[in-house]
Design a protein around this ligand. Structure first.
Ligand code: SAM
Ligand code: SF4
Length: 349
């Protein structure tokens, strides 16, 4: 879509349109210094040095899917499965609101045991008691359910493609439907959700060529949220012997995405820290502007084991939030408790 420059926005914040060859060369580290400094500048100008905080509640680790990379895949019999009750979920949301955060993210495996109506009830309850934006990340649910949840007040939906390469998608997500997942993303947009997608950097079988095309596809979709994190091998999955991804490459991806999508929210994902302590906060200087501390009750949070190293911290949520705020401030940035909506539409004519 053509891009116009809003009068209030400085010229440096225009979407950069990189060619495929340019993306490939940046991914290979040809110009890290330039890339990271431009991404840092663009992020700071766009968000006034603020980092949006989201409280995430991972309310179920049951999943009907077979993703070869994920520890929650249905074939993994070694994980202790849990489902939180509505009351437990709402209690976690209460603590997010009490600590003053502006957004709750509800995430789970693709667990259809939570009916469409039950999720609607949760959304209604949250909206009745709190002034919180609600992001859903519940996987491949029916269009009709997505409609109902939007009507009930859900604001945003995150559905990562993981890769836009059809053959690699089929290798990593057996039985999942590529076309339906893309159609779902477009449908979410048409319903007025702030819509997000993303990729796993260095998925087994992903080449730089595939990754460069993934970045192009992701940017063409004109999304509000863009998530990229490195692949981490889980020993109870078919990808157990595959090498872990690279935090540096994931940083390059977030930096390129920032320049191509200046107004999008880009989280510094927890998989960065699982791989390399400190890589998540470093991502805040390389294009990312969101951090999502977990508010999943500690009695189950360790079982949300999508990859090793996830949810290892067992301190109370308030303490974890405090730590995250300190990390943000250490970099001269400001933890933001606002809703933190996407600014993408400012760039679309
Ligand atoms: N079930 C929903 C779905 O797949 O859309 C949402 C929950 S799923 C656990 C959230 C994200 O975890 C996925 O989109 C995927 O990118 C990420 N993930 C799963 N396994 C991973 C791994 N081994 N390394 C890095 N990210 C992983
Ligand atoms: Fe299930 Fe999501 Fe994990 Fe795939 S990535 S197995 S859909 S929880």
């Amino acid at each position: 879509a053509p891009v116009t420059q809003p009068t209030s926005v400085k010229p440096t914040l225009l979407n950069t349109v990189f060619s495929y060859a340019e993306i490939l060369s940046l991914l290979q580290g040809q110009d890290d210094e330039w890339l990271f400094s431009r991404a840092k500048l663009a992020t700071e100008l766009e968000f006034n040095q603020q980092v949006y905080l989201r409280g995430i509640v991972e309310f179920s680790n049951h999943c009907r899917n077979h993703c070869h990379y994920c520890g929650l895949r249905t074939e993994n019999r070694q994980v202790t499965r849990y489902r939180l009750s509505n009351e437990e979920i709402l209690n976690a949301v209460d603590s997010i609101a009490e600590l003053g955060l502006g957004t709750v993210v509800l995430q789970s495996g693709d667990d259809f045991n939570y009916s469409g109506n039950r999720i609607s009830t949760l959304i209604t309850e949250i909206k009745r008691h709190h002034n919180l934006a609600i992001t859903l990340s519940l996987g491949d649910r029916k269009h009709q359910e997505l409609e109902k949840w939007r009507e009930a007040g859900a604001d945003r939906y995150l559905l990562k493609m993981e890769t836009f390469d059809r053959a690699l998608f089929a290798q990593c997500r057996p039985k999942a439907n590529f076309d339906e997942r893309i159609a779902r993303l477009n449908y979410l947009k048409s319903l007025g959700y702030q819509t997000g997608s993303g990729i796993i950097v260095d998925l087994p079988g992903m080449t730089d060529a595939i990754l460069a095309r993934d970045i192009q596809h992701l940017s063409e979709l004109q999304l509000d949220m863009l998530a990229c994190g490195p692949f981490i091998a889980h020993h109870q999955t078919p990808f157990t012997t595959s090498p872990n991804g690279s935090a540096l490459k994931s940083h390059r991806v977030s930096a390129i995405l920032r320049l191509m999508n200046p107004g999008a929210n880009i989280p510094a994902t927890s998989s960065l820290d699982a791989l390399d302590k400190g890589a998540r906060e470093q991502a805040l200087k390389r294009g990312c502007n969101v951090i999502m501390p977990s508010f999943t009750p500690t009695k189950v949070s360790g079982d949300y084991s999508i990859y090793p190293g996830k949810n290892q911290q067992q301190h109370p949520a308030a303490e974890r939030l405090n730590q995250v705020c300190q990390q943000i401030q250490r970099h001269g940035l400001i933890p933001s408790f606002s809703r933190g909506d996407s600014k993408r539409t400012q760039y679309v004519s």
